[in-house]
Design a protein around this ligand. Sequence first.
Ligand SMILES: [Mn+2]
Length: 333
Amino acid sequence: MTLLSPTAAPSQAFLGWPVATDPSTWLADVAVIGLPHSEPYARDPRPNDQARAPDAIRQCSGQVSDGADHWDFDIGGDLSSVGPIRCLDCGNVPWEGGTYDDHLARVNALVRKLLRSGTQIFVLGGDHGVTIPVLDALDEVQTSVHIVHIDAHLDWRRDVGGVRRGYSSPLYWASQKPWVSGMTQIGMRGTGSARRAEFEAARDYHSHIFTATTVHAEGLDAALESVPSGSAVYVTIDADGIDPTEMPAVMAPVPGGLRFAQIAPFLRTLARKHPIVGLDMVEVAPSFDAANRISCITAGRLVVNVLGASWAPKGAFGRAARGASMRSQSKPA
Ligand SMILES: [Mn+2]
């Protein structure tokens, strides 16, 4: 297997998009890619439940959207008319033996290939460790990137038990990247892996931290304003940032979380104001979902909200910033 060997076909295409497992054929405005595995902690099962999420979310496609020609009230239009955009499902990149470093290099190369051609990426995790190789590749967008992070937890551990690229560490790694210009962290509450040292490191980095309590009291306007004007943005969403009554399928539920009705309009405004170079939706644990699979549906709806707002015909700075030449050759999704 080489770095750019074909990916694994998904059980079902996300939103019925064309599936392309051969990276040499990838040419798209928007791509979904599943990253089931990250570096595991000794205490956790391997693979963990979150590894099932990329396909579990895809299997809810029919409830995420009735179809690209159906009116979507969240985005104020139908997905087929916000384009023309070429959408691809690039399959999954499983860790199938070899060292974790080998797997990390492969994920990094595949994500780089997409970003280099200006493709907006939607990553389906996997736990929050899958964000790390994506962050490694973000220098491909050739501009500094602001990270917007939604999570119950801070995720600033340098390592946990010597494991440096697990789900407690993605925002620590973000802080180490010269192409990451800053970060806005939203939804923190209760306790997690962070201790005083990690909180102080984030504070000293000047991370803009908006706790769930602050958001419930004051809304998300200040969080929006913390993203520098004109800055490209990468969004990382840990499912447990959302309240567990709305998103039950998580491994670390914490009460008092954000509501879909808060996050979706925030993300739409963000996507209208800024080029969203990519987004990951991580930490969905399908075994804990409700019988109606509301967590997987919610995860898919967050993707659709950002996708729709990013490519909407009017006032879409992000759309202009990604370049019109690719789209002029493209067909509706
Ligand atoms: Mn997290």
